[in-house]
Design a protein around this ligand. Structure first.
Ligand SMILES: Cc1cc2nc3c(=O)[nH]c(=O)nc-3n(C[C@H](O)[C@H](O)[C@H](O)COP(=O)(O)O)c2cc1C
Length: 236
């Protein structure tokens, strides 16, 4: 597990360098993501021990993929895949847990049916190919009826300057009209790009909050207070 986390951190740092040299990838957000933090650090651990312990405790009696009587849901994509709520692996997964803890939201993960390669280069290459083909990788449809939720906290990492393609699969297969969508995201260094607008263009009938929260993977472990104050600003 630790090895995978370390590989992921290295990968994020590598990706930041790769992408900063790549002119086709968008750079730091331009104001549409009001709460985006700007940082160049990519080498700190994703989730430090204290933050990890605190959020693990909070999440211990919360089950992923289950409906309660909550009107809020956190729906996130994060890689590598894990449905173990006590296994802190993904940066976006971690933010999702903080949000769920604070808002009482039910938690659902967008899981591709075909897992991405564990080798980082193969993983990024596959993601790039999917993006080039505008693919819609099949996902497990374990969300059930989402009609009880009036607010969806949608979380995703930035992949090649955009949403991971499985997130498009999710958005296009679920009509979120009439719901509030609140976006949170993590990245190596590039910021959210135009992803908030991309969500808006897919979910035209939804009210997409323009104050998205974004943070670099290297700063996620110390982001809890900022996440909470962002939620508070939005009235949660
Ligand atoms: C396929 C792939 C593409 C990525 N593309 C970008 C990118 O365009 N810009 C960026 O800043 N980081 C990029 N990253 C880094 C991730 O956005 C970052 O590590 C994120 O925090 C991962 O979140 P997770 O741990 O929840 O999966 C990429 C990572 C992967 C695996």
């Amino acid at each position: 597990m630790k090895k995978r986390i370390i590989m992921s951190i290295i990968g994020a740092a590598f990706m930041a360098v790769t992408l900063s040299a790549c002119s086709s990838v968008r750079t730091q957000a331009d104001g549409q993501a009001g709460a985006t933090e700007q940082t160049s650090q990519t080498t700190k651990p994703k989730v430090d021990a204290d933050a990890s312990a605190s959020i693990k405790g909070a999440a211990s009696d919360q089950k992923e993929g289950q409906h309660t009587d909550s009107h809020r849901a956190v729906i996130y994509f994060s890689s590598p895949d894990s449905s173990d709520m006590n296994a802190l692996e993904g940066s976006t997964q971690y933010l999702g847990r903080i949000i769920a803890e604070k808002t009482g939201a039910d938690v659902f993960r967008i899981v591709p049916i075909k897992a991405y390669p564990t080798d980082y280069s193969a993983h990024t290459a596959q993601a790039k190919m999917e993006q080039g083909e505008n693919a819609r990788p099949a996902i497990k449809d374990d969300f059930g009826d989402l009609s009880q939720y009036d607010t969806i906290f949608l979380g995703y990492p930035i992949w090649w300057g955009d949403l991971p393609m499985p997130v498009y699969t999710f958005l296009e297969s679920h009509d979120l009209s009439g719901k509030k969508i609140v976006i949170f995201s993590t990245y190596g260094s590039s910021g959210l790009g135009d992803t908030v607008e991309h969500v808006q263009s897919v979910e035209k009938g939804a009210d997409v909050e323009t104050k998205a929260y974004g943070v670099a993977a290297g700063d996620v472990g110390s982001a809890k207070d900022k996440v909470l104050s962002w939620l508070s600003e939005l009235g949660y």
